[in-house]
Write a protein that binds this ligand. Sequence first.
Ligand code: CA
Length: 454
Amino acid sequence: MENLNRRRFLKKCLTASVGAFWFSGNASASRKNVPPNIVLIVSDDQGYADASCYDHPKEVSTPNIDRLARQGVRLTNAYASAYVCAPTRAGLLTGRYQQRFGFYTGGDSRTGLPLTEVTIADLLKKQGYATAVIGKWHVGIKPQYHPLKRGFDEFYGFLGHGAHDYFDLRITDDYTSIYRNDKPINDTGYLTRNLARHSVSFIERNRSRPFFLYLPFSAVHWPLQAPPEDIKRFNTGNKDRDIYLAMLACMDEAVGDVLNALKRTGADENTLIIFFSDNGGAKKNFANNGVLRDYKQTVYEGGIRVPFIVSWPAKLPKAAVCDEPVISLDIMPTILSAAGASLPADRIYDGRDMLPVLRGQTKKPLHKALFFCDGSDQWAVRAGKWKLLSRKDSLQLYNLDIDISETNNLASKEPDMLRQLKELYNNWRAQMGEQISGPKKQTSKTKNNRSKQK
Ligand SMILES: [Ca+2]
């Protein structure tokens, strides 16, 4: 695991490796100003230790995700903007704290991403990009919220909820049917492999123009299902963990299929690929978060710190590691910057362009602080090495530089820091919107309902 004891929080990308691998401008002149293709891959509920380019248990092997790390920058302090699926996706697609427009929980996906919001795909489409989402949508069911109404030219996948059977791909209802564009279809196969096949097809069909492929896998989200021949490859002594690992292996192979398609079509050098998990590993699915405390559905590090890799061979260092804290909200401004497009000026953007940080070119932190909130009494703020979190009205303060596992609560020893962070959080919270599905009281019944909606 990254040795936080030896790091300074504000330390930027490892400059030695940046220097050694920094692209020296030898791409062909003809490609120099060609907008990059964009591939945004989201895994679902993947553990922080369930990628072998991170510190991992011996049974984990993800050669294709590792390949991505070798050709790009691997981030060690990267966060999803929520500890469950749907809110992270709402923030991802808009570059704004999803709480600004009232999207706090998985249940808010039943309403959908407000139509007043502008998506990455809306903006890239205006730039002339071919756009596709292939996988799990989860930000609106009604026709006006469909991917084809939110900037995407193509859609293969399902609209919601958070989970989907991996083998039963027959038409059922609006939430679970597999769609091809705006029509439900009866399909067959293993869902993860279908997503790979459709992604490869999209890449091959668009080799002559810039494209944006958004590939949100449902893997490795529950239900635990994988082809029997893949499950047989694992023998950890825990049958459920073996299934999870088989699901992970299938997803990793799908990532490999995408990388191979890019290489085959000559697009590999000038494609910006971003890979991350939409929240921390899920306990229910036997994910492994390594030294991080707890799992999905909490604001401990195990719920929000995730594997996160950015690759752009033509423009970014290779085999580099970056310790700068970033959040999934940064993805949209980064993509827009790479594509040479501007963010709309009529609203506040919370995400920041990560490219200078990934190149090791900045001195200041990308963010003064990062915030997490599900609309209830569970929230967190990270500023520098400090993290303040609230759970069930208990305030806990941790120094992540020396306590990545959040074991030593310093709330009573550092009252000034606690007060400063709480004030920072309160100021941020006051700027956020009303929950779109209505405010919720934190009762045990509500909690149970919420967990069913993920
Ligand atoms: Ca998830």
